[in-house]
Write a protein that binds this ligand. Structure first.
Ligand SMILES: *[C@@H]1O[C@H](CO)[C@@H](O)[C@H](O)[C@H]1NC(C)=O
Length: 281
């Protein structure tokens, strides 16, 4: 009798296991799946858009891929994007969780933050510099930096890439933190390029296992998880740079020595926005 029960349970368990990775009937069509992995075995490791286009020709504008027990729905035509992202934005405005981005930024990177209270606060504060009226105030900064970049290009054209990077970084840092990067080697400029490089490395899909699709992977011990060390390093680099700049703005506001940059404005309206030092709402 016990043997029969054990056998029955075993069969039930194997059948259940076997169904992981299979496409639920309610999903859009897609490539045939295999047990456990779904489509993970044929998921392109790089240049995914080529393969996605091939599948779109076969399965249509909207198709689905199974990554183990999780589902990816691929939308490949402008019409379908408009229909789903614009007309149904109420239910599609959020983005999927991004464990790496959230771990590094504490969920406060505006580009990758999930739709919610914090995202709304970030958008509200960004509005302060991005209205048509506000952007005219940035024009003198752009003109001044453009003058320097032309001078630099004339003098050392072989370093054109660095000149252009310095230019864009200096414009943005001046607008946001009221601090120029007069040279490519300016400390904040090199810190930014380093932090940005780490950030790109950390976010690259190949830099870590698919943590968002298989969440148990986040419990892999540190010594087998180089991506955790990369996350910590990136977070540290970003925080050192941005809190350093924030402190300088704070100091100017306290001393009444403001230069009119974005972050000074945010600091002064901190209570109105309901923000603390972490810019958390
Ligand atoms: C990021 O992950 C590490 C574990 O790797 C954890 O100790 C840390 O608290 C996380 N940080 C945030 C901001 O979630």
């Amino acid at each position: 009798m016990t043997t029969v029960v054990v056998l029955f349970l075993l069969i039930w368990f194997i059948r259940r296991l076997y169904r992981i990775g299979s496409r639920e009937p309610s999903l859009p069509p897609g490539p045939p799946t295999i047990p456990l992995l779904g489509n993970l075995n044929i998921f392109p490791a790089e240049y995914a858009h080529y393969k996605f286009t091939v599948w779109a020709r076969e399965y249509g504008d909207i198709y689905s891929l199974k990554i183990g027990p999780s589902t990816v729905v691929v939308i490949t035509s402008m019409d379908a994007v408009k229909e789903l992202m614009e007309k149904c934005s109420g239910s599609t405005a959020d983005r999927p969780p991004n464990y790496i981005a959230d771990n590094v930024s504490g969920g406060l990177n505006m580009v990758l933050a999930r739709y919610g209270n914090e995202w709304r606060i970030l958008r509200k504060t960004a509005h302060a510099i991005l209205t048509p009226n506000a952007v005219t105030a940035h024009l003198p900064i752009q003109v001044a930096e453009a003058t320097q970049v032309m001078y630099d290009l004339l003098n050392s054209p072989e370093r054109f890439y660095n000149h252009i990077r310095r230019y864009s970084n200096s414009v943005i840092m001046s607008v946001l933190y009221g601090k120029r990067c007069p040279r490519y080697e300016t400390r904040e400029a090199t810190s930014f390029f380093e932090a940005q490089h780490l950030w790109e490395l950390a976010l690259e899909p190949g830099a870590h296992p698919p943590i968002d699709l298989l969440p148990f992977l986040r419990h892999v011990p540190r010594r087998w998880a180089p991506w955790k060390i990369l996350c910590d390093k990136t977070r540290k680099a970003q925080r050192e740079l941005y809190f350093g700049l924030l402190d300088e703005c704070n100091q100017r506001v306290q001393q009444g020595d403001e230069n009119g940059c974005y972050m000074e404005e945010i600091i002064k309206r901190q209570d109105e926005f309901g923000l603390d030092r972490e810019l958390r709402g």
